[in-house]
Design a protein around this ligand. Structure first.
Ligand code: PHE
Length: 455
């Protein structure tokens, strides 16, 4: 199949686009609520250690496989070793599951953006969180915002790799960083914020039981996949667009550090804010997916002119979410186009229909279908769970096996070395890919059993 491959125009273009995929709701919405729930400092420490070690190693692996094979995920693994074809299919299915519910949450962000832009910010700040629950409990509004978000994503995908993603990321990434740093500094000046900061940065192992530690580790690893867009073919696809003259190792390091930085700073706003507004009340700390939508408006309420800042914040989060959903949809569309040999426009349209259909389950799961559960989960939580805790660890596990036992490390090393004189983190990489990462993946997969066993 002859297909002209688009490429990123510059090194910074690749990094920004990959960072644009990585930095998104995972950093600003998902990371802080997991950190708040999973013991604050313990979660933070575990996450950072994972990010610097096997997060980095998996990132190198995926980018290298993508660039070497020049394929999207569905055929990349097969090109490396024939029997690994199903791995490509499984990896390709992950974005299909994530992108619909991702767009649902993207829709929530748009709703808050509109609320702030139209002067309804104060309503969003109601202390009991009823603005949020009222909104997601309805049918019409969440559906409309979901559809708008999906359409924004689809248009960007149709505009193409360089024009769409590179351009948006170049402006948005620095702006996002500036606003979250400013908000973090501001939040830390509020009364009571220091207790929150302590909870967030100082690991308190005295209260940690083995079971809690396992849960924290499992959540941190799931979050690492999610946040770095790993184990779902996205970085493989992006790697296939990367130029040979750019350094894989450096890019992986920069993407990983930037992604972690944004998450850590977002947590530095949201976790202390929970302490400021609720005095560290357990219910508030465990609020889960609603946390950002309840604490951020409370912060904006305390700032003079806070509604303008609120609007700016939600614009940037919406953009960050959009660059991520673009990468998700782009991957799904390119897979469909490659698999069925059809053009980009048609494959994008098919993707659009799939997203709208599956996404509606998550939208309605909070309203008319709120009593429907799948294995005890609401639709959105179910999609989140099977992708993060089951499919991604399986994909990551077999990727490690593929590299360490079949393709051999040299396969990755050769690609990493193109244009470079040294594979600097080779030792770390070897240990991670051949031993630590596979064991950790098994740990995630069997954690429900282990937890039962340790009571
Ligand atoms: N990594 C993105 C984030 O942190 C989300 C994402 C998940 C993007 C999966 C692509 C794939 O929000």
């Amino acid at each position: 199949m002859e297909q002209k491959k688009e490429q990123f125009g510059s090194k910074i273009g690749f990094i920004l686009a990959a960072a644009g995929s990585a930095v998104g709701l995972g950093n600003i919405w998902r990371f802080p609520y997991l950190a708040a729930r999973d013991g604050g400092g313990v979660f933070l420490l575990v996450y950072i250690v994972f990010a610097l070690t096997f997060g980095f190693s998996l990132l190198v692996t995926e980018i290298a496989i993508g660039r070497k094979t020049g394929r999207t995920v569905i055929t990349a693994y097969k090109t490396v070793k024939k029997p690994f074809a199903p791995l490509g299919i499984l990896a390709a299915l992950v974005p299909v599951i994530i992108v619909p519910y991702y767009c649902v949450i993207g829709g929530w962000v748009l709703k808050y953006l509109v609320s702030y832009a139209t002067g309804h910010g104060s309503e969003a700040a109601m202390a009991d969180g009823s603005y949020f629950t009222g909104f997601i409990g309805a049918v019409k509004e969440p559906t409309i915002f979901f559809i708008v978000f999906v359409l924004l994503t689809a248009v960007s995908v149709l505009l193409g790799v360089q024009k769409g993603i590179e351009r948006v990321s170049k402006i948005m990434m620095p702006a996002l960083l500036v606003i979250i740093i400013a908000l973090a500094v501001y939040t830390l000046t509020l009364d009571g914020a220091m207790d929150g900061l302590k909870y967030y940065v100082l690991p308190d192992f005295s209260k940690v039981t083995p079971k809690m530690l396992l849960k924290t580790a499992v959540d941190a690893m799931g979050q690492l996949f999610y946040s770095t867009s790993l184990a779902m073919g996205i970085m493989v696809t992006y790697g296939s667009y990367m130029r040979k003259e750019d350094s894989i190792e450096k890019s992986a390091r920069q993407i990983g550090i930037f992604d972690t930085l944004v998450a850590v700073i977002a947590g530095m706003i949201i976790v202390p804010a929970v302490f400021v507004f609720s005095g560290g009340d357990a219910d508030a700390i465990n609020a889960g997916p609603s946390l950002m939508f309840i604490t951020m408006p409370s912060i904006f309420e305390t700032i003079p002119g806070g509604h303008i800042i609120g609007a700016a914040f939600f614009v940037l989060v919406a953009l960050a979410a959009l660059t991520s959903s673009i990468s998700l949809m782009e991957t799904v569309a390119s897979i469909i186009s490659e698999k069925f040999n059809i053009g980009r426009k048609i494959s994008s349209l098919i993707t659009l229909v799939v997203i709208l259909t599956i996404g509606m389950l998550s939208v309605l799961g909070y309203s008319i279908w709120d009593t429907v559960t799948v294995f005890g989960y609401q639709f959105l939580d179910f999609f989140d769970f099977i992708s993060n805790n089951i499919m991604m660890p399986v994909v990551a596990f077999f990727t490690c096996i593929l590299v360490s036992c079949f393709a051999k490390i040299k396969f990755i090393e050769d690609e990493v070395l193109i244009g470079e004189d040294k594979f600097k983190s080779k030792k770390l990489y070897l240990v991670m890919i051949t031993a630590v990462a596979p064991v950790c993946m098994l740990l995630i997969l069997f954690s429900p059993l282990i937890m039962k066993y340790i009571g």
